[in-house]
Design a binder for this molecule. Sequence first.
Ligand code: SF4
Length: 266
Amino acid sequence: MSIIIREILAKSALTPSRIEGIDFALNPYTGCAHGCRYCYADFMKRFSNHNEPWGSFVDVKVNIPQLLEKELQRRKYGTMNFADLEQGAWRMEHGLGKLVSLSTVTDPYQPLERKYQLTRRCLEILLRYQMSVSILTKSPLVLRDVDLIKQFKNIDVGMTITTDREEIRKIFEPCAPPIQARIDALKQLHQQGIKTWVFVGPILPMDPNQLGNLVKDFIHYYYIDLMNYIAKSRTIYYQYQLQDALRPAYFEQCKAVLENIFNDGL
Ligand code: SF4
């Protein structure tokens, strides 16, 4: 799929987050070239005046490092009003900055990051201000930034892996990196002493035994989620005769197997 790329000037860098445990979201891009068919973030089209299909456009927020620097400077000198979330307060007491999620509505290591390096430049700034950071990606490109990641006091890296079956990955996540590349990246991060986790969400058709065993040695913790936005991908399930995997019982079975395997290894 060809991608429409626009360089834009964003108005702000950090967005207060309502996600539990996360204080701020930082999204260097609007849109995501990984183009996952179930992606909930396609609501961003409404806010960014895009009519194109999700996955076919990326707005590059070229000024986001400068904005981030300014916003953190204002915070440092106390002129910015940050809500003191409980977990944020705990982290501050322990000399750790508030938690910034990279990212919530895009993949911070999608292919354009190789060229623009916005995520990397933001990490450099977050490091200087000793913020806490949680990264979530589907891309081994995150390995490029291990030198920075290792310098944070409080950082974790999550890899989304939704199935062990490459043919399923190609249907639902057509432009995202292959499963084995993600597992290899998780392994390398883990071996370098970085706190790692896997996000198995949404649970796609899979062999949960196989997936659990492929991943269990390379994670400190995990999150599992079901397909929350079934309407977006129901036709795909029927097109490929995968509808059995839409049953709540299927989700519960996979979840139980994965939890067993992961909990054993933790
Ligand atoms: S990688 Fe994440 S943000 Fe990007 S399309 Fe897939 S689910 Fe959406």
